[in-house]
Design a protein around this ligand. Structure first.
Ligand code: SAH
Length: 361
């Protein structure tokens, strides 16, 4: 729901100030539409129906995985694709993965979203409408901004959305914003956000040389600066920053790289989350096969191989020996291309006209 349009419409009708709050409360609790809002005058309900579309997003397709994960492809009113995922766990946890942009201007080589065309930033209402869609299906308790896009390139809208999530049942402590380390947004996040929203850093390499190869953004913002800024957040909030590390066979998964990572991070301020690589190119069933034709594996392809379980276990062991907290992420929704890094709703178009690392300014 376009909340600015809602305010404006109510104001123009001369409605009392509490109306917007009433509408929002119903919506946040999963109401199916204006019709359900029984404490609103009937005439107002039908007027809102035509003046303020109940969602800014239209559902295009929805797929459910064998493990209960649901991936939904939405379209914005101006036609941009947006994907979001609901993960349901056996212990009852219901976790959302939301997109902050349609596509992504960064071009991390292992990420499917990075291979599609960048559309635009999403508005706070478009971000919230992803969550509200799932709220109409089920209760929710966790949210990660780990879908399409880089949240720190769209921080104001992401924060405006995150600040309303408690009304849907998702507290700030159970909300995580993940970043590649886009410094302007990251600095603002550390300085300005008072709510206990969790920060996560997509690191994926212990040194600049390797990280620049897999994540071109690293050439702009080197590891020392990004890690120092995240450490500042951990010290200020007394909560660990989560470090995401996708395990790529023969690329970043050697035991000495684990030791370098431990030296870089130390014991006190970070918790490492090792992520099994989720394939998305030719091997994932061809969904993104057109994305980077004829690129050999492990160069600019996205055609990496995931590390073996043994290799992940050995990496984890090294971090553990250095007393760095570490977990291995469960992969969910792989069969519907809803797993980490697989969100890419449209083929890559127009990328050749743009400079790779310089696309976002
Ligand atoms: N741009 C932000 C938000 C996206 S989060 C960020 O990068 O943090 C998406 C997470 O999934 C990131 O940690 C990303 O590195 C990871 N990821 C991307 N592609 C992946 C893949 N193919 N397999 C597993 N994880 C992947």
């Amino acid at each position: 729901m376009d909340l600015a349009l809602l305010d404006q419409t109510l104001r123009e009708r001369g409605e009392p100030a509490f109306r917007a709050r009433q509408v929002w409360e119903w919506t946040a609790r999963g109401a199916a539409g204006y019709e359900a809002m029984t404490n609103l005058p009937r005439a107002l309900r039908s007027e809102l129906e035509s003046a303020v579309p109940f969602s800014t997003l239209a559902v295009e397709t929805e797929r459910e995985s064998r493990d209960g994960t649901v991936k939904t492809l939405f379209r914005t009113a101006d036609g941009h694709p947006v994907e979001a995922v609901l993960m349901r766990y056996r212990d009852g946890r219901r976790s959302l993965c939301l997109s902050s942009q349609s596509g992504c201007p960064l071009t991390c080589t292992f990420c499917a979203t990075g291979a599609m065309a960048f559309g635009r930033n999403l508005s706070a209402s478009e971000i919230l409408d992803q969550a509200l869609h799932f709220r109409r299906l089920t209760e929710l308790d966790h949210c990660v901004f780990m879908g399409m896009g880089e949240p720190m390139l769209n921080l104001d809208e992401v924060l405006a959305a995150a600040r309303r999530l408690p009304d849907l049942g998702i507290t700030h402590r159970r909300t995580t914003i993940s970043t590649v380390g886009w410094m302007p947004g990251l600095r603002r996040f550390v300085d300005e956000v008072d709510e206990p929203i969790r920060l996560a850093l997509s690191l994926h390499a212990p040194d600049d040389e390797l990280r620049s190869r897999t994540m071109p953004v690293n050439e702009r913002y080197p590891i020392v600066d990004v890690v120092a800024e995240c450490r500042r957040q951990a010290q200020m909030t007394r909560r660990r920053v989560f470090v995401e590390y996708v395990m790529l066979a023969g690329v970043n998964d050697a035991p000495e790289q684990a030791r370098a990572l431990a030296d870089l991070l130390g014991r006190d301020h970070f918790k490492v989350n090792l992520i099994p690589y989720n394939p998305w190119a030719a091997s994932a069933g061809g969904k993104a096969t057109g994305a980077r034709p004829n690129t050999p594996p492990t160069t600019a392809g996205g055609l990496y191989e995931g590390s073996s379980r043994d290799r992940i276990a050995a990496f984890r062991h090294e971090l553990g020996r250095a007393r760095v907290p570490v977990t291995v992420r469960l992969t969910r929704g792989r069969d519907i291309e809803a797993a980490c890094g697989q969100l890419a709703a449209a083929p890559r178009i127009g990328r050749s006209a743009r400079s790779r690392a310089g696309a976002a300014t």
